[in-house]
Design a protein around this ligand. Structure first.
Ligand SMILES: Nc1nc2c(ncn2[C@@H]2O[C@H](COP(=O)(O)OP(=O)(O)OP(=O)(O)O)[C@@H](O)[C@H]2O)c(=O)[nH]1
Ligand SMILES: [Mg+2]
Length: 354
């Protein structure tokens, strides 16, 4: 299962209470106060981990909890601090706080019968907290409560038998929305069956499933392309788009969030129009879909992978496309046969400026 949006409930550990105690020893009458402080509650920490691919762990465990601090004890002994609880998230995870009024309208996150995979909450309705996009980045989501003070703190010349202490502070608590936007330099965008996964398999060590039916790719996959001189780029293959994707037709819309961060977009076309499609119109509708999803995407740099050059009709369509977009890089290829792949990699590198 691939989860890229999930609601969680975080509750950090409460602080331990301070202690009320007095020194009791043989030959020491009326020993003074010696109640120790309570320990601090554990924090809830999110940490990015490149080996974590999506947010599925939180589907099974939407409640994040850290241990409370222990209470203080006599003989001025401090309570032990509660252990922090660290949870792994993939780099590219955005955190939002869910406002109280939205929360009220929703079923509880913990109800086990109905774990909230698809959250009926838009990130735009929430308060943005942080973008965890770096490797091994740590963020304290909920801070553990401070420990209370023992009665030792309250002694004075006028109060030699203090019975005061303070309770530990409660740990922070909140409901959050986690949204994953994959971090990749390049995004492959195209209609189903255009050959996006075939191309990714050719340029990287990733092995996305390739098949002659639409919507083979169901989840975004990121592959790493190695260039000479140890340079590398990450390339995201997302499920095929169809018209109306921005209205959530097909699979497309939900996955467009994964290319929002890409520096370069590659439109992968079946240039032969082998499925009765017109590749030139396809390019127009793909660009329209992106613009409707997020207008900043239409300003992003793009090139075209003109795939399936081995099939009849490809040459002619390529010429039409080239004359229509004479200022653009249009790279002919037959990805399944490995033709045009080296030229494509060179173009990628050039456009990324590496
Ligand atoms: N003739 C020909 N077929 C190709 C070429 N590249 C890919 N194909 C075939 O096209 C079909 C679809 O390829 P995929 O790579 O799965 O396409 P996709 O764009 O990832 O498709 P979705 O994941 O469904 O969106 C497969 O049967 C491939 O073998 C090519 O250069 N020439
Ligand atoms: Mg695919």
């Amino acid at each position: 299962m691939f989860v890229d949006q999930i609601r969680i409930h975080g509750k950090a550990g409460d602080g331990g209470n301070g202690c009320v105690s007095f020194r009791r020893e043989k030959f020491v009458p009326r020993g003074g106060p010696n109640g120790g402080d309570g320990g601090k509650g554990g924090d809830i920490i999110l940490q990015t981990d490149v080996h974590t691919d999506n947010l599925v762990d939180f589907y099974y465990q939407p409640l994040l909890k850290a241990k409370r601090g222990e209470h203080g004890m006599g003989k001025n002994m401090y309570g032990k601090a509660g252990a922090d609880a660290t949870y792994k998230v993939p780099p590219g995870t955005l955190i939002y706080r869910i406002p109280a009024q939205i929360l009220k309208a929703l079923p509880t996150a913990e109800s086990a019968e109905n774990p909230p995979v698809k959250v009926p909450i838009a990130p735009s309705d929430c308060e943005f907290v942080v973008d965890l996009s770096l490797e091994n980045q740590e963020f304290i989501l909920c801070k553990g409560g401070a420990g209370g003070k023992g009665n030792t703190h309250f002694k004075s010349s006028t109060n030699r038998v203090p019975r005061q202490f303070t309770e530990g502070e409660p740990g922070e608590e909140g409901y959050f929305l986690l949204e994953l936007r994959k971090i990749a330099d390049v995004g492959l965008v195209g209609y189903p069956n255009a050959g996006k996964s075939t191309l990714l398999g050719q340029i990287s060590a990733a092995h996305p499933k390739v098949a002659p039916y639409p919507f083979t790719t169901l989840n975004p996959i990121v592959g790493v392309v190695e260039f000479d001189g140890y340079q590398r780029a990450t390339v995201a293959d997302i499920p095929g788009l169809i018209e109306g994707a921005h209205r959530n037709v097909g699979l497309g819309h939900d996955f467009l969030r994964h290319i929002v961060r890409c520096k370069l977009l590659v439109f992968v076309l079946d240039i032969a129009g082998s499925e009765e499609r017109n590749p030139i119109e396809d390019l127009g509708s793909l660009r329209r879909e992106l613009d409707l999803y997020d207008p900043t995407l239409s300003q992003r740099g793009w090139i075209v992978a003109a795939n399936k050059m081995d099939l009849p009709g490809a040459e002619e369509n390529l010429r039409i496309l080239q004359s229509r977009f004479s200022d653009k890089s249009i790279l002919p290829m037959a990805a399944a046969e490995g033709r045009g792949i080296e030229e494509f990699k060179i173009a990628l590198r050039q456009f990324l400026g590496w």
